[in-house]
Structures are given as C-alpha cells and as structure tokens.
Design a protein. Structure first.
Length: 384
C-alpha cells in the first residue's frame, strides 16, 4: 500500500486530506511541522509528499515551504512532492516545479484533480522503483559474474552480452568444441579468451591461428608440423599448432575459409586426436580443446558444397553467436570510454552521435574511430 506523507500545520487540512486519500486505499501519515515531517521521512518508506508552503502566521511569503522542499529533495531527490499553496505563493510554487516539484495545488483544492495527480504520481513512482530495482538486479548480476569468472576485462552493459557471457562461462569447463559466430569485429577472439581462461585447461597454452589466411600448401605443416626435408626449404623439423596447444586450447579463426582438403585433415584430428607431421609416418596424439570462429554462414556453405557437414557438427557442439554492435547500443558508450586516451572525455553531442551510428565494423571500427578522434580532439574533448 503506497504511503503519503502530509506536512501541514492546519489540523483541518490534514484531516480532510487524510479522509480523502484513505478512501482511495492509501496509507496516510501526518506531520504538523517541517522538522517532524523530515523525521517521518527519515524513519520509513514514503512514496509521495504533500506539503504546505507556510507553517507560522508570521511567515507569509513561503520561505518555510521552499526550505522544506529543498531539504526533502536533498534526502530523496526522486520523491514526488505536491505543493499546497495560497494564491500569494503561486509564483514561488511555479519556481519550485521548475526545480523538481511534481505539481502544485492552490487552496482550496479540487478533490478530483488532487486524486488524479496523486494517482498518476504514484504510478510513475512505482514504475521508477521497478526500473531501479531491475537496474540494481542487473548490476548485481554483472558484478557477481565478474567476481566469479575471469572475463579478461571485457567491457559491456547490454543484456545481450551479459547473457552471452553467462552461457560462455557455463560451458567453459566442459571439454567440448565451441563454434563462435558473428560478423567481423564483434570480439569473437575475446570470447575465445574468456572460454579458455575459465576452462579446465586454463593453465595450459592458448594457441591461435587464422586458418583462413593459411595457403593450402602450408596448412598441413602449420597445423600438424613437418619433418626436415618434408618440403622445399624445410631444413629442420617444426612443431605444428596442435602440438603447441597440447594440454590447452587451440583457437581456429576464420574456419569457414579453410579449404576442403584442410577440412578433411582437421576432421580426422578432431575425431581421433591423432595426426602425423608432414613427411612423417609417426602418429602423434594430443589432448586439445578446440574453439573455432567464423563470420561466414556455414550452413549455407554446406548447401553450396564449400564446407563439410560432418566437420560442422564436430565443431558445433556448442554455438555462441556474438551479436553485432548495432543491436546492442548500450555497449557503445562504455566501449568508447574504454578506448579513450587517458584524460579525454566525450561531450553530449558526440555521445549521441556514437549511439545512433550503426557501426558496420562493430567494436573494431569503434576502437579505431575513438583512437583517431583522440588524435584530432582539441582540449582533450571528443566533440559531436
């Protein structure tokens, strides 16, 4: 039940308001002086205040009401306050509305208008408290996630990223392959870092390779290693990425660009954990957690014959989709501030521009943009 605090030195006014509001199912508490009203305010949960402007016969200009209003605002800046005022105080009441009062009513008041005003303000108050509780709950959830897991310093504020990180940290300890999808620049590699940091093999190596950038003739030696003389210029043996990642995690970026021949060789390792170095008949075994990432539509690539379906399902035991920055505007400003040079700030116009821009290059584009404007910013302020 919402509680209304009445602060008025006139017993008849307090009684009339108490009866009127109680009939609407509201809990009403009364105070005769500003000091007693403030004490009640500090003592319990108040949802709305109705206060007079004068509390003594000697004061006729409303100074007492003005002082009380500001003392309430100091204590609870978002608490709605309705002013009861005589016609001589209307200008003062208008000034207080500009300063944050919810409304003012001239004496004698109109019951219907008063009840409508009270009802609307309480509904707004309830919505505000619900929003604050939700924000507090979201903040607590984010803090709990950061305290429990190593998030590698990732910066975010959106619900979408929070849910993604919750899932990522939940599946991190499981020794299963994970496919990370999303457009270029969204931070797929950062997500791979987080999964490795919270995995059972976090103490082992994290080896990263952009398989899409490997020439097909070098892919086998790069991933599986090579013996001396295995190819022209191979004067000594070399360890491949799978061996380097033994006991840890191997992150295969741009997996959608891997050649079909490379896909066949990769599939065998994922199925058996076994491989041979190029130019060797010795079978080697490794224990490696495989994470892969792509900005390509692998399902479409399967239909077009460009990607093996059996490899797709071997890689895609768990799929994590990183949403583009355009769909999570709440992350833009926290990221922008994170990328700022020390001592720089962003003015309001620039903040608005940053939020409305669609960022087709995602986080990478935002990072480069902030670094560039910091080089050009006058007075260490990024302006819109």
């Amino acid at each position: 039940m919402p509680t209304v605090l009445l602060i008025d030195d006139n017993p008849a006014v307090r009684t009339a308001l108490e009866v009127l509001l109680s009939l609407q199912g509201l809990n009403v508490i009364e105070a005769e002086t500003p000091e007693s009203g403030l004490q009640l305010l500090d003592r319990g949960e108040i949802d709305l205040v109705i206060q007079d402007m004068n509390f003594s016969r000697q004061a006729t200009s409303g100074e007492e009401g003005v002082a009380l209003f500001h003392r309430i605002r100091q204590r609870q800046p978002e608490l709605p306050i309705i002013l009861l005022t005589a016609w001589t105080h209307l200008e003062t009441a208008v000034d207080l509305v500009k300063a944050g009062a919810a409304d003012y009513l001239a004496k004698p008041w109109d019951d219907a208008r008063l009840l409508t005003t009270v009802r609307n303000l309480l509904q707004l108050r309830s919505a505000l408290l619900e929003k604050q509780a939700l924000a507090h709950s979201r903040h607590e959830a984010r803090q709990a996630l950061k305290e429990k897991f190593d998030l590698r310093g990732i910066v975010y504020d959106s619900d979408a990223m929070h849910e993604l990180l919750v899932t990522a940290t939940q599946i991190a300890p499981a020794d299963v392959p994970v496919l990370i999808t999303g457009p270029n620049g969204v931070g797929k590699e950062v997500l791979a870092d987080i999964i490795h940091a919270n995995s059972a093999c976090a103490d082992g190596p994290l080896v990263k390779v952009n398989v899409g950038a490997l020439p097909s003739e070098l892919m086998e030696s790069e991933l599986f290693g090579a013996e001396p003389g295995a190819y022209t210029g191979a004067s000594k043996g070399r360890q491949g990425r799978f061996e380097a990642a033994d006991g840890g995690t191997l992150f295969l970026d741009e997996i959608g660009n891997l050649s079909l021949a490379g896909q066949a060789k990769l599939l065998r390792v994922l199925q058996t954990g076994e491989f041979e170095r190029l130019g060797s008949s010795v079978t080697r075994r490794v224990r490696v957690r495989v994470l892969s990432a792509t900005n390509a539509d692998l399902r479409a690539a399967i239909r077009d014959g460009r990607f093996r379906e059996d490899l797709f399902y071997r890689l895609n035991v768990i799929e994590l989709k990183v949403p583009p920055l355009a769909t999570r505007p709440d992350d833009v400003l926290p990221l922008a501030r994170h990328f700022l040079e020390p001592g720089f700030s962003i003015d309001d116009a620039a903040q608005k521009a940053l939020r409305v821009y669609p960022w087709p290059g995602n986080t990478r584009e935002l990072k480069n943009t902030i670094r560039r404007v910091c080089l050009l910013a006058a007075d260490r302020v990024v302006r819109g």
